[in-house]
Structures are given as C-alpha cells and as structure tokens.
Design a protein around this ligand. Structure first.
Ligand code: SIN
Length: 279
C-alpha cells in the first residue's frame, strides 16, 4: 500500500510502500499520480531504481521527452539526461525555473534520480506556484489576469555567449535563438487536472511581459520573483544517493542549490511530456 506523508502544507510529500525492483501495477501508479497532483512534488527515499526501471516508471505517466537540447544523456539511453557537475563543470540549474517553458509543449513532469551526491550540500528546492498565486494581493491578481509573458531560453544564453574555435558568440547566440524559439504564455494559468489557478512565472525563462515596456516588465518580474521567494511556498530536499523525486512541472518551479563545489554531484532526469491521464 502506498503511504503518503506530507512535508509542508503547501508542497511536497514522501511516499513509502513502493518496490521499484518490480513492475508497478495500475493501482499503485494511480495512487502515485494522485499523490503527485495533491502534493506537487513527491519523493521516494533510497529507491535504488535502475535506469531501465526509471524509464519504465516515467513512461507509465506519459510519453518521454526528446533528448534535452543542451545536456548530455546517460550512455545508450538518450531520454535520460545526465546532470553531472563538479568544479570543472559548474551547474547552471541554480535559478528558479520551470523546465522548458520556452518550448511549444511545456512538459508535464520530471523524474529525477540521485546517483551521486556530495557529503553535504546539493539540495534541491521546489516552489508551489499555486501557493504563490493564492497569496497575491487581490489587486495584483486582478492586474495580472489577462497579461501574457514571453518565455525564451533565458539563462541558457550563458552557455552560448562565448566564442569557440569555429563560431563567434553572436553566431552561437543567433542560432540558439532560432533553434529554441519562444512562447507566449498567460501569467495566470489554470491547471488542467485540479482547475486551480497558478502563477505562471519563472525568472529563468520569462524575458518580457507583453504590452509593457522593458522597464515596466523588469519591475514586474522583480516583484514576482521576490513574491515567489517566500519560504511558505517552498520546500527543500536533502538528497541521499538512490532517492527519486517526481514533480508536476505545470504548477511548480525548482532550484538546484549550487553550494557543493568542488565536490561531485550526478543526477539522472527524465522529462515526461504529456499527462496521459489528461489527454
Ligand atoms: C533540474 O533543474 O531539473 C535539476 C535539479 C537538480 O539537479 O537538483
């Protein structure tokens, strides 16, 4: 039987009673899905899930994402992103973000497995964008309703802003802009399963607010980022190797704390594109 223990009132739960060495039956997957919808991010301690079981587990919820546009993958398994960092390869996931909101299809969920974690540090934080919306002042809710924001590859620009032997930074940035494109999304959105509203903003990928000047948009973006930084909307997970996290990428943002260098940290991530139970 799946047991669910909440970690904070707004977000996060630990699930126990699941054996990842065997195929999971539909009833167990439905219970996990419900726990995800209710708690936004769920954890399985010491799950020791194999890469094959990781893929099979993610696939029970929807189709797997294409290989990541920037990150490498696990040998022979291109749908499993390998997030591997140390002082020679510092992480770039230490900003609040919702995965790939600049793509036409914003992914439904991610399943992250800790393969190697530093002795101390390297925690991940999640934020409920439902809670952030619900705590907005009434006037701000009214002002944001109907506004739309432009999402592009935002912070990933850093990876393209230097010359290489074959290309200038301008050429690399121009081709990245063409490759990744941009999306316009409402600032207040509604979750397809729960019908709850959430604040559809993340500081890594929202670059502009439609209809405002850059100066006005910057002021609003800073206000929203500060509002969403409140600990009341957030939780923080201290990893052990073998842990698994799964989050609903529609109504959360996350931040991988980059406090562990020069130590080594390695995570495996699978993105689930669509929510099979909705479509
Ligand atoms: C991510 O941003 O998806 C990575 C999270 C992590 O490495 O903790």
């Amino acid at each position: 039987m799946v047991h669910v223990e909440k970690l904070t009132p707004a977000i996060g739960a630990i699930l126990t009673g699941i054996d990842f060495t065997r195929p999971l039956d539909d009833k167990v997957c439905d219970a996990i899905y419900q726990a995800l919808i209710d708690n936004l991010v769920i954890f399985f301690r010491d799950a020791e899930i194999s890469p094959a079981a990781h893929m099979a587990f993610a696939q029970t919820f929807g189709d797997l994402g294409e290989p990541h546009p920037l990150y490498p993958h696990v040998d022979g398994l291109e749908r499993i992103v390998k997030l591997e960092n140390d002082s020679g390869a510092p992480p770039d996931t230490n900003s609040w973000h919702t995965d790939l909101t600049f793509q036409a299809k914003q992914p439904f969920a991610s399943v992250l497995v800790a393969r190697h974690v530093p002795e101390v540090g390297g925690d991940t934080m999640w934020c409920s964008t439902y809670a952030a919306y619900e705590a907005l002042p009434v006037g701000m809710k009214r002002d944001l309703e109907g506004l739309e924001a432009v999402h592009d590859f935002g912070d990933f620009r850093n990876s393209f802003a230097t010359d290489t032997d074959t290309q200038t930074s301008k050429e690399r940035l121009d081709s990245a802009v063409a490759r990744f494109g941009q999306m316009v999304r409402p600032l207040i959105a509604t979750h397809p399963t729960t019908g709850r509203k959430f604040l559809n903003f993340n500081e890594a990928f929202v670059t502009h607010v439609v209809g405002l000047t850059t100066n006005e948009a910057n002021a609003l973006k800073t206000w929203l980022a500060n509002h969403m930084a409140k600990p009341e909307f957030q939780m923080r997970w201290r990893w052990r190797a073998g842990d698994v996290a799964m989050w609903d990428n529609r109504c959360t943002m996350h931040y991988a704390v980059a406090d562990y260098l020069p130590a080594y940290r390695c995570m495996n991530r699978i993105t689930v594109i669509n929510d099979r139970r909705v479509s």
